[in-house]
Design a protein around this ligand. Structure first.
Ligand code: HPA
Length: 234
């Protein structure tokens, strides 16, 4: 047990999928894993462990934003021995070519700040995904015929953004989408020498104002879960 995760030693797999929403963790475990059991419910941040095609895997909610994700990812890596951590979540599209429901596989994550800023200080570290996971996720997405974009994303600290000029600069520099967790996950992957990746579904669009209707979210989310699972065990 750790401060924030109630699982006993050995109850969490080396491969962990991390949705922001704990109820998405439950839904994904019930629909995509075999023999899934609840291993964490501290603070309602549900975590499950089961198998996918015979491979042991956990799905643990991260909460929203980098400080929350950082707590769970640190404990998963340091206390439970997680070796592969894949964020599965939603993002806002930032390019015209990026459409609602498309999948983004995040090669890099640009930020203003992360919980690791105190370490890097004046350095602008470049958080990037694990190449083997990135490659496998893109192959899995293409195999499923899902419209997929691979490139940089923006990990923001705010959902209610008072600096639209920053979004404009991100769009101008080819950033595909905005979310709130991946950069710190990638920082931790680098620091602890574990594999990290973010696979995201475009749930809304900053330029068009479109948003994915709630009834469509499960199907689209399911593609992303399968892409992440296939990538983890490729
Ligand atoms: N901004 C930040 N995070 C998000 C968004 C957004 O528009 N959509 C989904 N996650």
């Amino acid at each position: 047990m750790t401060v924030h995760i109630g699982a006993k030693p050995g109850e969490i797999a080396e491969t962990v999928l991390m949705p922001g929403d704990p109820y998405r963790a439950k839904w994904a475990a019930e629909n995509f894993l075999e023999d899934a059991v609840l291993v964490n419910e501290v603070r309602g941040m549900l975590g499950f462990t089961g198998t996918y095609k015979g491979n042991r895997v956990s799905i643990q909610g991260s909460g929203m934003g980098m400080p929350s994700l950082s707590i769970y990812a640190n404990e998963l890596i340091r206390d439970y021995g997680a070796k592969t951590l894949i964020r599965i979540g939603s993002c806002g599209g930032m390019q015209e070519k990026v459409k609602i429901r498309d999948v983004i596989v995040a090669m890099t994550a640009t930020t203003l700040s992360t919980p690791s800023r105190g370490i890097f200080k004046e350095m602008n570290f470049a958080p990037c995904a694990d190449w083997s996971l990135l490659r496998a996720a893109v192959a899995a997405a293409e195999g499923k015929g899902v419209d997929t974009h691979v490139g940089g994303i923006y990990s923001s600290d705010v959902f209610y953004d008072e600096r639209p000029d920053l979004n404009e600069q991100m769009t101008r520099h080819g950033i595909l989408g905005v979310e709130m967790e991946a950069a710190e996950l990638y920082n931790l992957g680098a620091r602890h020498d574990v594999r990290t990746l973010a696979v995201l579904t475009v749930s809304d669009h900053l330029q068009t104002g479109e948003a994915l209707p709630s009834e469509d979210r499960e199907k689209t989310f399911g593609d992303m879960v399968e892409i992440a699972l296939e990538a983890a065990f490729a």
